[in-house]
Design a protein. Structure first.
Length: 94
């Protein structure tokens, strides 16, 4: 029996397996969401207690700027809805 270990370099944004990413992460509160090869339709952000803190509809964009600098430091969960999929990401506000 043979086990192969494959690793992928996620720092290279030219890879097709990356659907979306957030930068910078961690952040001071201001960050960008980039969705590769699709349009973002909607973004929902929850705080660590499960409360929706931001819900935004987006038209014809694959890059969205978000500002959470008025929110407490901590972990936030983000759902990014596209025409075909949903990406679930996390961001840390420091």
């Amino acid at each position: 029996m043979s086990i192969q270990n494959e690793s992928k370099d996620i720092s290279n944004s030219n890879n097709d397996y990356l659907k979306s990413y957030i930068y910078p992460n961690p952040t001071n509160g201001q960050f960008n969401i980039f969705l590769k090869n699709n349009d973002i339709n909607r973004i929902i952000i929850w705080d660590s207690q499960g409360k929706v803190i931001l819900e935004r509809n987006v038209v014809n964009s694959n890059n969205v700027n978000i500002d959470l600098s008025d929110r407490p430091k901590g972990l936030y969960l983000i759902n990014i809805y596209s025409n075909t999929d949903v990406d679930k990401l996390k961001i840390i506000v420091e």
